[in-house]
Design a protein. Structure first.
Length: 671
């Protein structure tokens, strides 16, 4: 081939063209056939009598370099063109002024390219990828290029520059005179059919075509479009295919100078498929490399159980969210949108943030919380965008909790338009980096529209559909939301004000967690049945805007836990404890109006060993075994009194005993 002759000649002539040889190499052949591109368009551009220099504009991964490689080795190019790939950095010696060195070296390279063309009867085409970097290194060179490029057609050389649209606009286009020296060719992303064909060729090239499961190349294409948003096609698909191929290689070695590979069988990789390169393997690779479950596997049963156990009296909210998760698990969502997105609405302390914790913990998703009060004016919207990008770039499968959006600015909320619609967000510092939200769950929370739920509670209505319509109007009428943002959410989740019985469950669970920490083998703790109603009914606010679960939990800590901590700080020994209500609590005595008429008190009890000793002595006397089933005997009462009470109950036939608390009094009962 004449290409081989051109290459040999170029290499043999290095001493006569030192700068051209230093800064350029023979363009390598394309890795596979060029599909979906018109090579003739590039050739016709190079034949332009006045604008013979071309700038290829395309997004990263579109195949700019491969396009030029295809041109270099096309049968209609071989007789006339020598395509060289230029590396400007090689023209800059160490410890020199980079601007001046590149200016001098590149101009000499152009002189030698023109001379080489005349000496060897071949048109020299210089290809420079990431052309914008030259402008960044040497503004002086950019100015000197203008007259050189204008006469390149008659001087025997051509220049093909390649860069992205953004970088061209930022670094080249603003220099109008330089911009006018180039003919622009815009490479669009290859269509699906062309990409699939390219993937087939790559699979054959790497010896794995026979290992492809049915439709796997189409799956790779679709998932790459969802996940590898920073790369255009075909690079995104090729990168994903190569990652999957890497997982199939069992062993590689060199034999007779040739790289050989052996591949795993599906059984060896634990795959229930006929061919090893299959969707289950693709899923495994994507989960490992990008942290995204492409099949949206969700154990909805576990989520439902956890929500019903830990989220009280919010059946409507649970129902709406579970339906969204069920659809995601079945793959019914849009492939180019987040797994699901919703806004939790209702008064404070009803469980909106608790919902996020339960789901993220049950599904084992990293929880990323954004406090929107930090982005309360439009100037901070860009900060929110940057923080959101970083969170998903690092953890694409995150549970994104965008908390208290009513404290946000409308500008910050508008950032979500692209996220909710296209599941993508671009890095403000690097437009080539795009984060994918297709593996994320997005959960907004707000108190906006809480008056709707308060009104519903007054009328004892729990109509979820009516709630959603009224709340949507309240959200749309606010200063925070564009209707376009609301329209892109999958659902409005209604959280109703909690009744007292729900608050009591929450308070009881909160106190139980504390008791479990404080208890030891010697320090057993019994809590009076009056404690929880006292906290919820007497001390927790009935104002839904400041009450709710949050206030109930806070009161458990401030009223009970604080007393327990104070006691434990100064206790000299570990003994059983009684926690009870001292005084007359308002919830129990109708004539009491003051919620502070009662208080929490703690009393020490006799050591467990002492109580067991009393039981044993009595058992020996009456001739039958007696059992401790929760005896807590306060030291404020003589032990002899309790001993007599136990003896009386034993005489009545009881042999198991426990303590009961009524107000400030402790009684022993037989069980």
């Amino acid at each position: 081939m004449r290409t081989a002759k051109h290459a040999t000649t170029f290499l043999n002539e290095s001493k006569n063209y030192p700068m051209l040889y230093k800064g350029a190499n023979i363009m390598p052949p394309p890795p596979a056939d060029i599909i979906g591109r018109d090579i003739g368009e590039l050739r016709r551009g190079l034949r332009n009598p006045e604008k013979a220099n071309i700038v290829l504009l395309a997004e990263p991964g579109t195949g700019k370099t491969a396009y030029v490689q295809g041109f270099a080795y096309d049968k209609d190019s071989i007789p006339y063109y020598l395509v060289l790939e230029v590396n400007p950095e090689r023209l800059i010696d160490k410890d020199t002024d980079r601007d001046n060195a590149l200016l001098t070296g590149f101009n000499q390279l152009l002189d030698e390219a023109g001379q080489y063309s005349k000496d060897h009867d071949v048109i020299v085409v210089l290809f420079i990828d990431e052309f914008h970097k030259i402008a960044e290194i040497s503004p002086s060179l950019m100015e000197s290029l203008k007259p050189r490029l204008e006469k390149s057609a008659i001087n025997g050389f051509r220049l093909i520059a390649a860069t992205t649209f953004q970088e061209y606009n930022d670094s080249i286009a603003k220099n109008r005179a330089l911009d006018q020296r180039f003919l622009q060719i815009k490479l669009t992303e290859l269509p699906k059919k062309a990409v699939i064909h390219i993937l087939e060729n790559r699979a054959k090239q790497h010896g794995v075509y026979e290992l492809l499961d049915e439709n796997i190349l189409e799956d790779i294409y679709m998932e790459s479009k969802r996940i590898l948003l920073s790369n255009a096609q075909p690079r995104a698909s090729i990168d994903l295919l190569n990652s999957v191929i890497g997982d199939t290689v069992k062993r590689e070695y060199v034999k007779d100078g040739t790289l050989c590979k052996e591949f795993f069988s599906p059984k060896e990789l634990g795959l229930a498929t006929e061919k090893v390169i299959s969707r289950p393997l693709l899923k495994r690779v994507v989960r490992r490399t990008h942290g995204i479950d492409i099949d949206n596997e969700v154990n909805v049963t576990d989520v439902i159980s956890a929500l019903q156990t830990r989220l009280y009296h919010q059946d409507n909210a649970i129902s709406v969210v579970v339906h969204l998760l069920e659809m995601a698990a079945c793959g019914f969502g849009d492939i180019d949108r987040p797994k699901c997105s919703f806004i939790s609405t209702g008064t404070t302390g009803t469980g909106k943030t608790e919902l996020a914790k339960i789901i993220s913990e049950t599904m084992r998703l990293p929880l990323k919380r954004f406090d929107m009060s930090r982005y309360s004016n439009k100037e901070t919207a860009s900060e929110f965008a940057d923080a959101l990008f970083r969170a998903v770039w690092s953890t694409p499968n995150a549970y994104i909790l965008i908390d208290e959006v009513d404290k946000s600015s409308r500008a910050a909320m508008n950032i979500l338009l692209q996220v909710l619609d296209d599941a993508r967000l671009t890095d403000s510092e690097n437009p080539d980096r795009v984060a994918s939200f297709c593996g994320a769950i997005i959960n907004l929370t707000t108190n906006l529209g809480s008056e709707v739920y308060q009104n519903m509670a007054k009328h004892q209505s729990l109509d979820a559909k009516a709630d959603s319509e009224l709340v949507y109007k309240a959200l749309a009428d606010s200063d925070v939301f564009e209707t376009a943002v609301l329209g892109r959410l999958d659902a409005i989740v209604p959280f109703h004000p909690l009744p007292s019985e729900a608050l009591e469950k929450i308070a009881r669970r909160t106190l139980k967690d504390v008791i479990e920490v404080a208890e030891t083998d010697e320090r057993r703790i019994i809590v009076s049945d009056d404690v929880i109603p006292y906290i919820v009914k007497d001390r927790t606010s009935t104002d839904t805007e400041r009450g709710g679960a949050r206030d109930a939990k806070r009161n458990v800590k401030n009223i009970v836990v604080q007393e327990l901590a104070h006691y434990m700080t100064y206790a000299t020994a570990e003994v059983p404890l009684l926690i009870y209500v001292k005084g007359k609590p308002r919830f129990k005595y109708k004539e009491i109006a003051d919620p502070l008429n009662a208080s929490i008190a703690i009393t020490e009890c006799y050591d467990i060993a002492v109580v067991d000793s009393v039981l044993k002595q009595l058992a020996d006397k009456i001739g039958k075994p007696l059992f401790n089933r929760g005896l807590y005997l306060p030291v404020t009462t003589p032990l002899s009194t309790f001993t007599q009470d136990i003896a009386n109950l034993a005489m009545q036939g009881y042999n198991k005993f426990r303590s009961e608390i009524d107000g400030e009094s402790v009684y022993i009962v037989g069980v």
